[in-house]
Design a protein around this ligand. Structure first.
Ligand SMILES: [Ca+2]
Length: 487
């Protein structure tokens, strides 16, 4: 009976709306959902929040990309205090400013915290990782110390997620700056270029774009980083486009990245792996994507074209590129067939919102022993353009996607990051302050319902012995699920 209920409710899980206009914090929100979740706006007024982690004492620590602040928020009442202001951060409308944040594995003892952000060196825009020390008495972060500087930065595809691994190393996702598309269409895409020995010796980090970087906590190159083309550098994996999500799950590093007009990817990231961009999007299947090197096109800036495939330009078929180190994605969102039309007049100038991509911005893991039985052992991915969460059930060995992806909590917002609470009963989401998205009716809009906010979707089901019933009628009963440790 319980299983039947779970299946039925999963089918309707997307039917949820944040229905009230939000102008202050901690309001209840009317929603429609088959599964018994209640949604609430915890806090508004964040300036382009980007990253959210669990800080000490059950508080959330959030970076405000354009606000150039790190704030602490009490998820119980939305009370906010400023931990840090970063005056020298270079901000911009979409990808520039304060990005990811990570606590040192020994934070309880050391108080060390790592942040990455974009900055200016003269007129040159760069990206760096900086370490701070937390003063718990003052409630402030201070004593900044540069860890890794001089990484290229720009107005597009910065990446910027920062996580520690169980190996004690620090991982940073770095995008390819959107080269070969849009305003940067005539700039060469360097996601496949690897650093030379001379560059490593000279601390020249120009080849670090389109990579996942792995560093010691002091910023130096770990001895066991992969040797690529005969060179050991900070590069851990390469061939990435716009990787905005990183998460260690069961001793393995997963990442999400945004594809072009097709094929956003969930990847299992292994040392030295080549994830194919810009020669392959998703699988090497020649479906709806082929690489055009616009930097090699004569008078590039005068030639019309971009993400679509102009028939008069030479392109490289995915299947013509043979790389033994290529790693296929775990899952794509979603792969379209050849000949698919990416120009739907219904979406007008915002045609990209109609594509089958979801613009993944982060991922988290719903643990195998979490209280919501149907969610166990799943990856949860946040979507920017669709304003929803996508739950990807995993196989028992936590290496493959298994079964259908389920979409949840669609609202007219851009979901920047998802974070599961330590007790597995609350799903927190931060939202972009601006940007294009699909509204509740699936139509394009530039108006978010809850811009710059912290939302929470709280499970209201009844649980017994670490297993939850999905009957909303029993939601009023007290939970007997023990709290999960916060480690
Ligand atoms: Ca493909």
């Amino acid at each position: 009976m319980l299983r039947k209920k779970i299946i039925a409710f999963s089918l309707f899980a997307a039917l949820l709306f944040l229905a009230l206009p939000m102008s202050s914090s901690a309001q209840d929100v009317a929603i429609q959902t088959a599964e018994p979740f209640a949604a609430k706006v915890v806090l508004t007024g964040l300036e382009s929040p980007w990253s959210m982690i669990w800080g000490p004492g059950g508080k959330l620590w959030i970076t405000e990309r354009q606000g150039k602040r790190v704030v602490q928020v009490d998820p119980a009442d939305g009370k906010k205090s400023v931990l840090l202001e970063v005056a020298d951060a270079k901000i911009g409308p979409q990808h520039e400013g304060l990005l990811g944040l990570a606590l040192a594995p020994d934070f309880d003892k050391s108080g060390l915290v790592y942040l990455n952000y974009t900055y200016l060196d003269g007129e040159k825009e760069l990206h760096k990782v900086v370490r701070y020390k937390y003063d718990s008495a003052a409630g402030k972060l201070g004593e900044p110390s540069d860890i890794l500087t001089g990484i290229p930065a720009g107005s597009d595809h910065q990446g910027g997620r920062l996580v520690f691994g169980p190996d004690g190393m620090l991982y940073l996702s770095k995008g390819e700056l959107g080269h070969n598309q849009g305003a940067n269409r005539c700039l060469k895409n360097e996601a496949q270029r690897l650093p030379t020995e001379a560059e490593v010796k000279a601390s020249d980090r120009s080849a670090y774009v389109g990579k996942i970087l792995r560093m010691k906590p002091d910023g130096s190159i770990p001895d066991d980083n992969p040797v690529l083309n005969g060179v050991k550098s900070h590069v851990f994996t390469y061939g990435h486009r716009n990787p905005q999500g990183l998460k260690w799950i069961n001793g393995q590093l997963f990442g999400v990245e945004q594809g072009p007009s097709t094929d956003d990817e969930l990847n299992l990231l292994v040392s030295g792996g080549n994830y194919g961009w810009p020669l392959i999007a998703g699988y090497p299947d020649d479906q709806a994507y082929a690489f055009i090197d616009w930097s090699a096109v004569a008078d590039c800036s005068k030639v019309p074209g971009d993400a679509y495939l102009p028939p008069d330009q030479p392109s490289v078929k995915e299947t013509s590129w043979d790389r033994k180190d290529f790693k296929e994605p775990v899952r794509t969102f979603f792969t379209m067939p050849s000949g698919y039309s990416f120009a739907d007049p219904k979406f007008g100038a915002l045609a990209y919102l109609g594509w089958a991509t979801i613009a993944p911005s982060s991922l988290d893991y719903y643990p195998a022993d979490g209280p919501i039985e149907a969610w166990r052992n799943s990856i949860i991915i946040s979507s920017l353009k669709n304003g929803a969460l996508y739950r990807v059930p995993l196989s028992g060995d936590v290496k493959q996607a298994q079964g259908d992806v389920v979409k949840y909590f669609h609202t007219a917002n851009r979901y920047r990051q998802v974070l599961v609470s330590p007790d597995g009963r609350s799903i927190y989401v931060i939202t972009d302050s601006t940007g294009n998205l699909l509204d509740e009716n699936g139509l394009p809009t530039q108006t978010s319902r809850n811009p710059g906010s912290l939302l929470v979707f709280e499970y209201k089901g009844w649980c017994f012995s670490n297993s939850c019933d999905f009957s909303a009628s029993r939601a009023a009963k007290a939970s007997v699920v023990p709290g999960r440790p916060t480690s």
